[in-house]
Design a protein around this ligand. Sequence first.
Ligand SMILES: CC(C)(COP(=O)(O)OP(=O)(O)OC[C@H]1O[C@@H](n2cnc3c(N)ncnc32)[C@H](O)[C@@H]1OP(=O)(O)O)[C@@H](O)C(=O)NCCC(=O)NCCS
Length: 157
Amino acid sequence: MKFIFTMHQNDIADSVIEAMARLISETFGEQYPEPNFPERVRTKSHPMVILAKNANEVVGFKLGYERWQGTFFSWLGCVRPEYRRQGIARELLQRQHQWCEEQGYEKILTNSRNSFPKMMILNIQEGFQISGTEMDGGDPPPTILFSKLLNDDSQKR
Ligand SMILES: CC(C)(COP(=O)(O)OP(=O)(O)OC[C@H]1O[C@@H](n2cnc3c(N)ncnc32)[C@H](O)[C@@H]1OP(=O)(O)O)[C@@H](O)C(=O)NCCC(=O)NCCS
């Protein structure tokens, strides 16, 4: 199947935010995203979304923003279950990282959890290194922190 990838940055259109929110609810449950998700996206510095489409249907996305100067944070992504294992998440990630390089970012950060092993496998395959863990309070499994230096061949597989 041939998928189309579209990039949206800075002033992200309502239709793009709605498409992401639909996929987030489908993937993570109806309590997600939080009601203030549109506002959170709009108020981030330099937000960037890549949508994957099959004809007009949005089947996956990857969202990130500038964490601070020179560093981009890859926040969230998912692919509809019936479109998985066709390379969409890898293509979204590679396009995001290519764009970050072109924008002059030096580093990309991302987080994951033990409950998302597929994403963690992909992150490691694509050059991220585990840089630490963070507890959210209480006794939940830790958040696993990933970091990737751009233009650093030693971090490529
Ligand atoms: C994680 C996710 C985005 C992967 O999407 P995808 O389009 O199926 O991924 P790809 O086809 O590009 O696969 C890339 C690699 O990820 C790993 N992977 C993906 N699905 C996997 C599975 N079911 N089992 C093991 N590894 C898997 C593999 O290494 C795969 O490479 P390969 O196919 O060459 O072996 C998708 O499963 C998803 O949306 N999951 C729920 C949401 C989520 O976990 N989001 C991340 C947390 S924010």
